[in-house]
Design a binder for this molecule. Structure first.
Ligand SMILES: Nc1ncnc2c1ncn2[C@@H]1O[C@H](COP(=O)(O)OP(=O)(O)OP(=O)(O)O)[C@@H](O)[C@H]1O
Ligand SMILES: [Mg+2]
Length: 332
């Protein structure tokens, strides 16, 4: 299991939710995970129903089994100050730069610099050790930019190439790249069983592979239960109105006469069943398309509207089941 877990995917498919659930799932057996966000949207704080996260790692949840989840909202400006501090020992000078707006300026004009600072901070957390030499975090889970931007975001070497050919920024990019391209990292894609997100996933995976970045799993989110068996689905997809009306009336639910009670009962029911059958068929097509990508997939259930903390723990439990099954398979 890679220690840096990057979660990307099409916008709105559940990246933040799934990243948080993964951080909870990995915080098993007393492990400690760090959940980081890089887009300054305070999505994690919202999800865990806490106040906005400062630029500071803080414990945000205890996983079932006792592990701990820490969270950090990485801020490019603050990361640049840390960085200047580290390399140039710019204590108060750094603060002066900030006052002048120079830091803001630097991170705005050079998106490559911004990205290397964000990924750099995450990689630093991955590699950090305590006094005894043990890793401070067993896993770092990143709520990452969406599919369309993820390769560029992670490919910091290319991004800063025009910016710095040597010196500390160049070295930093190299160090970050070593972690990102190694088996220490896995980049996952969250998708739904719908055409657009599945297509984006296929494109994203291809881009990532071309950049030689490590692709992880496809996390299929919001999977709805299949309510009917195969035979019932075929019936629902076809024209079985009269037969169903007759069956209903045989069951004592009104007469089978046209316009009778059972007829009125049957139409909306059949409509719903047909819609369900259609959706199941579409989902089947999307599953096939996903299988064509050739990655392992984990499916996560659709939970009710307005997912709350309890829902998040349920998703974490579902992920643990997948991770456990993977481990068992690996052992076999
Ligand atoms: N398995 C699920 N079941 C039900 N609702 C879900 C599930 N996963 C996510 N959601 C809901 O879907 C919405 C979008 O989720 P989320 O914010 O995690 O997506 P995102 O990909 O991070 O979005 P953005 O691209 O805006 O960052 C939220 O309202 C969330 O509660
Ligand atoms: Mg999000």
């Amino acid at each position: 299991m890679s220690r840096l877990q990057v979660v990307s995917g099409k916008g709105g498919t559940g990246k933040t939710t799934v990243a948080a659930a993964l951080a909870l799932a990995l915080a098993t057996e007393g492990k400690r995970t760090l959940l980081v966000e890089v887009e300054g949207r305070q999505g994690i704080a919202q999800l865990f129903e806490t106040e906005a996260l400062p630029y500071e790692e803080r414990k945000i949840a205890v996983a079932s089994g006792g592990g701990e989840v820490y969270a950090l909202a990485i801020d490019a400006e603050r990361a640049l100050l840390d960085y200047l501090q580290m390399f140039y020992k710019l204590g108060s000078a750094g603060r002066a730069l900030k006052k002048l707006g120079a830091i803001d300026f630097a991170t705005t004009i050079a998106p490559g610099l911004r990205d290397v600072l964000l990924t750099g901070k995450a990689c630093e957390a991955v590699r950090r050790r305590d006094k005894k030499g043990a890793y401070v975090y067993d896993y770092v889970v990143m709520d990452a930019p969406p599919t369309g931007r993820i390769t560029k975001f992670l490919n910091v070497n290319d991004e800063v190439a025009g910016l710095a050919k040597f010196g500390p920024i160049h070295n930093q990019a190299q160090a970050v790249m070593r972690v990102l391209k190694s088996p220490e990292t896995a980049v996952h894609f969250v998708t739904l069983l719908e055409e657009m997100p599945v297509q984006e996933t296929a494109d994203g995976v291809a881009e990532l592979r071309a950049a030689e970045l490590p692709v992880g799993k496809v996390l299929v989110n919001m999977v709805r239960p299949q309510l009917l068996d195969e035979e019932a689905l075929r019936a629902a997809a076809g024209e079985r109105r009269t037969a169903v009306a007759q069956a209903l009336s045989a069951a004592g639910l009104g007469g089978a006469r046209r316009g009778g009670h059972a007829e009125r009962l049957v139409d909306p029911l059949l409509e719903q069943a047909a819609e369900h059958a259609q959706r199941v068929e579409l989902e089947r097509e999307q599953r096939e398309a996903l299988a064509g990508i050739g990655l392992d997939t984990y499916e996560l259930p659709m939970l009710g509207e307005g997912l709350d903390l309890a829902g998040l723990y349920r998703l974490a439990a579902a992920l643990r089941t997948h991770l456990g099954a993977d481990r068992a398979q690996g052992a076999a």
